[in-house]
Design a protein around this ligand. Structure first.
Ligand code: NAD
Ligand code: GLY
Length: 369
């Protein structure tokens, strides 16, 4: 499959408006292996493709071939696969490769993979020689609808998820929908969690569209995927365009993440997929919103049904309330040790606020098994 190079077709282009750091998100088919896709990438002598041992055999040659005409040297580094490797020692392998190849400060890094490769490559690009350009080439649904866009880069710390990182915007994002053909079903579902997220926080029409097209999405229908990626990127681009560094509004993109990150860290990174934890975390955050009197049971049930139908868990693991609370206190939204949650204030509108500990304990009791 990976050796078949189809005609490049850009189905949608979404711009992320950040002044001189504005960049395009290309969404389409046959993009990866087409030289035309990479016109407009900053000029440089060398490129370094960062990928992992699962994705490299599928797509790295296609990308490297397409980049040959634009860069004199196309280097590569292949990392171990998995969230458990989103750490300092794996990050260092990117710096080792850059230095071993004598890469200068114009070198362009290409992140070929899911959110783990994207977050680590972006962080390496933010740090190498105090900042070099990078391009996101997301190959999971989750990365195409969320992590490749917006310039958040990070690695994990054993005490907290994505705790060490930087804001560093890519020069462009290329979402080749063809790559989703090889994605395991569990990963596709994980990506749907972040797609569903955009409904309750920003666009109830989109939520209804997802409900209507869930089967098509699970069948990987190209038109359905293209629309889901486009609308998700449009919503994310609009939020990031207003609040790049998360001084306020951007936090709504973390709906479900406070509970979700606690699940990921509490079980050990990689046990639950990030999207699975977020899907379940959204259900928990909706119960919290219901407990605060912000939304009704019907909305909680509607989204719980959709999360379940997307193939995602709706009950969290029984880590114990104390452990959840301890983990949630290291969330980046916490202020002076007070946990702050993204809640749904009304259908299609989210906000960030603290919640009484007794209510959080009730939600944990009800939503874990
Ligand atoms: P991932 O990067 O671990 O990829 C999932 C799995 O699918 C991996 O095993 C990967 O090798 C494999 N894979 C990737 N593309 C494939 C393909 N086309 N065919 C076959 N296999 C493929 O996980 P993810 O869900 O993409 O990303 C999760 C990460 O993203 C988390 O670390 C999370 O914290 C981060 N994230 C970051 C942001 C952000 O704004 N920076 C937003 C959301 C999530
Ligand atoms: N995924 C949350 C953000 O990019 O802000």
């Amino acid at each position: 499959m990976s050796s078949v190079v189809s005609e490049p077709t850009v189905l949608h282009e979404v711009a992320i408006e950040l002044g001189e750091r504005r960049y395009p998100i290309l969404i389409g088919s046959g993009l990866l292996g087409a030289a035309t896709t990479w016109q407009g990438v900053p000029p440089a002598a060398a490129a370094l493709i960062v990928s992992n041992e699962t994705i490299a055999p599928l797509y790295l040659q296609q990308l490297a071939g397409a980049l040959q005409g634009r860069f004199r040297q196309v280097h590569q580094v292949v990392l171990p696969d998995g969230e458990a490797h989103k750490d300092w020692s794996t990050l260092n392998r990117i710096f080792d490769a850059l230095l071993a190849h004598g890469c200068d400060r114009k070198t362009v890094l290409f992140a070929l993979g899911g959110g783990v490769v994207g977050d680590m490559t972006g962080f390496a690009a933010a740090c190498y020689m105090r900042g070099v350009p990078f391009v996101q080439v997301p190959t999971t649904l989750l990365a195409q609808v969320d992590s490749s866009v917006g310039g958040k880069t990070a690695i994990n710390h054993p005490l907290g998820k994505n705790m060490i990182g930087a804001f560093h915007q890519p020069a462009r994002v290329v979402c080749d929908l063809d790559t989703l053909a090889t994605l395991p079903a569990r990963e596709l579902s994980a990506g749907l969690a972040e797609v569903i997220k955009y409904g309750p926080i920003a666009d109830m029409d989109f939520l209804a569209w997802i409900e209507e097209h869930l089967d098509a999405l699970l069948r990987r229908d190209t038109a359905a995927l293209a629309h889901a990626v486009r609308r998700s990127c449009e919503i994310k681009a609009a939020v990031v365009g207003q609040d790049e560094r998360e001084s306020g509004l951007r936090a709504i993109l973390n709906f479900g993440h406070t509970f979700g990150h606690a699940i990921e860290a509490g079980l050990g990174y990689g046990q639950w997929l990030h999207g699975e934890a977020v899907g379940c975390g959204m259900v928990m955050a909706l119960h919290l919103s219901r407990g605060l009197g912000l939304v009704d049971d019907a909305l909680v049930e509607r989204i719980t049904r959709l999360v379940r139908a997307a193939g995602l868990p709706v009950q969290g693991p029984r880590l114990g309330a104390e452990r959840y609370l301890e983990l949630m206190r290291v969330d980046k939204k916490a202020e002076a040790g007070d946990i702050r949650f993204v809640v749904i204030e009304a259908p299609g509108r989210a906000g960030v606020r603290p919640a009484p500990e007794a209510l959080v304990r009730q939600v944990l009791e009800r939503c874990t098994a």
